[in-house]
Design a protein around this ligand. Sequence first.
Ligand code: PAF
Length: 275
Amino acid sequence: MSSLTRKLRRENKTIGFVPTMGALHEGHLSLIEEARQMCDIVIVSIFVNPAQFNEGADFKNYPRDLTADAALLTEYQVDYIFAPEEQEIYGEGFSTYVYVENLTETLEGASRPGHFRGVATVVTILFNTMRPDYAFFGQKDAQQVAVIKRLTRDLGFDTEIVVGRTVREESGLAMSSRNARLNADERRRASIIYQALRQAKLAIREGERNAARLTEIVREKIETEPLSRIDYVAIVDAETLEPVERIGENAVLIAVAARFSGIRLIDNTIVNRRP
Ligand code: PAF
């Protein structure tokens, strides 16, 4: 992959990279479509990264179907699929990790210790291997986006991070590979997260600025669904991920994690989004 991308760069081709862990859904496909429009060459990686799972069972149960994913990608004019073996990424004696300070201990990081160290490490390895001009990530994983933007800046990668909108099922439930583990009824019920986020946005539009009250609006709405178990509802600065008390001028993230039938789902919305 690294000699291939070196050759492509020599030919002045722009390289767009969409990192994934497979189990591709419309969220990934919309990132790939965006990459296709912006870049000469589109590379999709498929690698279920063991370093970012803090529960062995979650890693083991993560859906894997390389044949189905590859078949899907042929319809999207992807130039290359990079599906390395674990040993190719984490060779014998592997001992170097990337840790992004300040952004990684709260929200998802609090529930999943080590998760972002694993994400930051694998993304650094993949960026180093390919040196893409553009890399595409989904807004659904808002904290991941903040972490990747920071590491790209701090480590001096010449890669522009492009953030794709959250793609939703008809019910409003954010697309996720984890949705495959819910039945149709559970998926419909889980769309309460989206409804709660919309309710918060509506309250903001009507003048509510107090983060504690907005958090309560989101919590109360989600709790109307008996299957739900909220992990967190947080209102934070979209870039620093520091909690905010009042919604002001800066971009603010309202982020939710909740379990439905034991499956952990996340979603978010941004207020005062910068163009
Ligand atoms: O978002 C994901 O699927 C993963 O965290 C990523 C970015 C592919 C790294 O393994």
